[in-house]
Design a protein around this ligand. Structure first.
Ligand code: K7E
Ligand code: CUA
Length: 769
């Protein structure tokens, strides 16, 4: 639908002359009326006031949540609980062009397993990069449990930059956890499997199947994981669970718990009791204590051998070099969390009602004294429970994960079976408060709760079941993230948020002001490789080239641009069978001026944020007409942002006919358009007058708008020159069309100018002079 010129012009004029903002109109309802109508209590109103965020308001914390089996990362704000973004990580996602443009396809290709494209991931645990044990807001890592992979997402643009595949594991639940300066990212296996990835009969489980723990080296300069400097601990075929890195006094050490240390293999079709019976028969499992600092030194000294191109520390070497110890822990534990001061380690057994608090100091004393109660079947020394345990606290049935408060010694543990959060004191070993949640909480998260300096304030319960909390939408329910106020002595439930994308396992929350996301890319940017694209195209330099190789195979390569409101080129020609390579650079500099590019029948959908260059490659194997267009409603003439790919059949001969216009214009049409343009210019001049007579330079948003408007006005000038040149030759058709293009740029300028003016009015700009 075209917006009629007249109405736009009227709108422009009307907005200009309404110099004062209209007085707000309130509905007649009072707060009491609304409370009565909606059945709200005073407590509800208080909760609403604590979470409600008025228009334009910002959140204090940004949450990066796992997207479970959607293979994505979910971003939302606290306390508003408004979803801000789904970041595509292991799964193609068309809005972001992820898995559709060549640049992101290259990232996904890094995650191939045995040559196979894996187009989903089971994401579990995001971890934000740290400096001195505190979030630094630079990167977030996340694991894929099903396919042992880790992704690196740059928080400067919230884009996935790298995927690495674990060279040994066949699953990886226990990732990601970072060491205090993001020296390493920890990733543990879950389901033991042969490291060779060859067939090995289950009968050889104890000897040939292995668990493991990889320390991925992170190159903080490059912002990428470095597989060549990473190393893996070979571990017994226990099911390794989660890990956490030591900090402060325990810096240099890592802690990884496990379950199924029975090494039981089920097989109901072989008449064996199932895994769940055999994997929970012993009273204790093992906490693995690893010395990564010393291991890194051995790697550096050339004392660790590479297997399949990757450093692997065999169990025997780890024992000999004193890198690996075991400590008994409660039955089928889940989650291990180091306290902010790094002195204690908290583990909970799913089938126990206690959290067990270990003392790092005691563990070190036992190691130094060589005091062990025995060895496991693989010769790994076991430290006796009494020589490692500080205390155990009865917190409720089915405790899982623990997070920390800003208040000293205060921790929160999720209680799965009893469906509640228990607040407790790990110094005094005492329960402080309990709050029921709905239902079956898995992980929980406090603000920056896994750093050396947690912020407290809020807690989110990541519940496994939503059951009756929301309007029913069929048998597959959303997940429920419940926001809880933990600023007082008693926990208060504030809000239920349905999360309809996969099953988020863990989430992390960072203070919003630690993030410094970009608004635009440097012009012609390959965002996935983080460098200038070799296909960067400047305005006026657009071209289409068709080249053929010796075998007669031809490629049509397009170096194009997008800007409000046209795509260059608007006509692309190819021959049946040609390979088509499209490269588009978004020339926009203005915030939020994204253009998309979709084409009929070719599975092409690009997203071009300001400055980005994105590419798509396909074979034009069928002759035909393929419309393409911009997929972001970027401007009033967005619907006209379009073009055609013409794929000509083999042997096609062009006729001499030229393009016929649907409408022919006269001198009078041209003159009428010019008159409109000159009137529009007056409006623009008045808006400009308003802006420049105020202290607009004090407002960065307005400065950006003015820059963009100046650009648009420059384009208007060019179009005007073309119109006048055509008019001079009496070519009224082209004169009229270029005059119209001139006006299009004016409308964009006016639109920007009015936005700037409104912003100034709303933000109390002052008149200068
Ligand atoms: Cu669902 Cu951390 Cu994978 Cu616990 S995990 S609940
Ligand atoms: Cu560009 Cu719509």
């Amino acid at each position: 639908m075209k917006i009629p010129r007249k109405s736009l012009f009227t709108a422009v004029t009307a907005a200009l002359f309404s110099l004062s903002v209209a007085a707000p109109v309130w509905s007649a309802d009072t707060l009491k009326d609304v409370m009565k109508k909606r059945g709200l209590t005073e407590k509800d109103i208080l909760a609403a006031a604590k979470t409600y965020t008025p228009t334009g308001g910002r959140d204090e914390y940004i949450v990066l949540s796992s997207g479970g089996q959607s293979g994505q990362l979910i971003v939302y704000g606290i306390p508003s609980m408004r979803i801000l973004k789904y970041v595509a990580v292991f799964t193609p996602e068309p809005w972001q062009g992820y898995g559709f443009d060549d640049e992101s396809k290259a990232v996904l290709a890094q995650g191939r397993i045995n040559g196979k494209d894996i187009t989903y991931g089971d994401t579990h645990h995001p971890a934000i990069s740290e400096t001195n044990g505190d979030y630094d807001g630079r990167y977030v890592f996340i694991n894929d449990k099903a396919n042992p992979r880790i992704a690196v997402i740059d928080l400067h643009d919230f884009e996935t930059k790298q995927i690495v595949v674990n060279p040994f594991f066949s699953s990886a639940h226990g990732g990601t956890f970072v060491t205090p300066n993001t020296e390493y990212v920890m990733e543990a296996a879950q389901y033991p499997a042969p490291f060779s990835r060859d067939f090995v009969p289950l009968e050889e489980f104890n000897d040939k199947y292995r668990g493991g723990l990889t320390y991925w080296k992170f190159d903080n300069e490059k912002g990428r994981l470095d597989p060549s400097q990473s190393f893996t601990f070979e571990l017994p075929p226990y099911s390794q669970d989660l890990s956490d890195a030591g900090k402060g006094p325990s810096m240099g050490w890592g802690f990884t718990n496990s379950f199924c240390s029975e090494r039981y293999v089920g097989g109901n079709e072989r008449g064996r009791p199932p895994f769940e019976a055999g994997c929970s028969s012993k009273d204790t499992d093992f906490l693995h204590v690893t010395n990564w600092k010393k291991a890194a030194e051995l790697v550096k000294a050339g004392k660790v051998k590479k297997v399949k191109g990757s450093y692997l520390i065999p169990i025997k070497q780890a024992i000999k070099e004193k890198l690996l110890y075991l400590v008994p822990e409660p039955k089928s534990p889940h989650g291990v969390d180091v306290t902010p001061d790094g002195k204690r380690i908290v583990v909970s057994g799913k089938l126990d009602s206690h959290t067990w608090v270990y003392s790092f100091d005691k563990i070190m004393k036992a190691i130094k004294a060589g005091k062990f109660e025995g060895k496991d079947a693989y010769g790994i020394p076991i430290i006796a429970l009494k020589d490692a345990l500080d205390k155990s606290v009865n917190v409720g049935l089915g405790p899982l994960h623990t997070q920390f408060d800003s208040k000293p010694c205060v921790a929160y543990t999720s209680i799965y079976v009893d469906s509640m959060i228990t607040k407790w004191d790990y110094c005094k070993g005492k329960v402080l408060d309990q709050l029921p949640i709905h239902y079956n909480v898995g992980h929980l998260m406090t603000m920056e709760g896994d750093t050396v300096s947690p912020d407290g304030k809020y807690l989110v319960a990541l519940n496994k079941l939503a059951i009756d909390r929301f309007n029913p939408v069929g048998p597959l329910h959303p997940q429920n993230h419940q926001l809880i106020d933990i600023s007082g002595d008693k926990m208060e439930l504030l809000y239920d948020m349905p999360l309809p994308l996969g099953e988020p396992h863990y989430a992390v929350a960072i203070k919003a002001d630690k993030l410094k996301p970009a608004i635009r890319y440097k012009s012609g940017w390959n965002s996935r490789a983080d460098k200038r694209s070799e296909y960067k195209t400047r305005a006026g330099r657009e071209k289409t080239e068709r080249t053929c190789d010796a075998s007669g195979k031809c490629t049509v390569e397009v170096y194009g641009t997008t800007i409000r409101s046209h795509i260059t080129p608007e006509i692309i020609e190819a021959q049946e069978g040609d390979t088509v390579k499209l490269h588009f650079t978004n020339l926009e500099r203005a915030e939020d001026e994204v253009h998309g590019f979709a084409m009929y029948g070719q599975n092409v959908q690009l997203s071009m944020e300001p400055g980005k260059t994105a590419s798509a490659t396909f074979v034009a194997d069928k002759a035909g007409v393929y419309p393409y267009y911009c997929t972001e409603f970027c401007s009033a003439l967005h619907l006209e942002m379009e073009g055609y790919l013409l794929v000509k059949p083999k042997g096609y001969k062009a006729t001499k006919a030229s393009l016929k216009a649907g409408t022919n214009y006269t001198k009078a049409d041209y003159e009428k358009q010019v008159k409109t343009n000159l009137e529009t210019q007056k409006v623009i001049d008045q808006v400009v007058g308003f802006i420049t007579s105020h202290n607009y330079k004090d407002f960065p948003t307005v400065v950006a708008l003015v820059e963009d408007a100046t650009d648009q006005l420059g384009f208007a000038k060019d179009a005007r020159a073309k119109a006048e040149a055509a008019a001079a030759k009496g070519d009224w058709n082209n004169a009229m069309l270029w005059a119209n293009q001139w006006w299009q740029y004016q409308v964009k300028t006016a639109d920007l100018g009015l936005r700037a003016k409104t912003y100034l009015e709303e933000h109390g700009a002052k008149k200068v002079k």
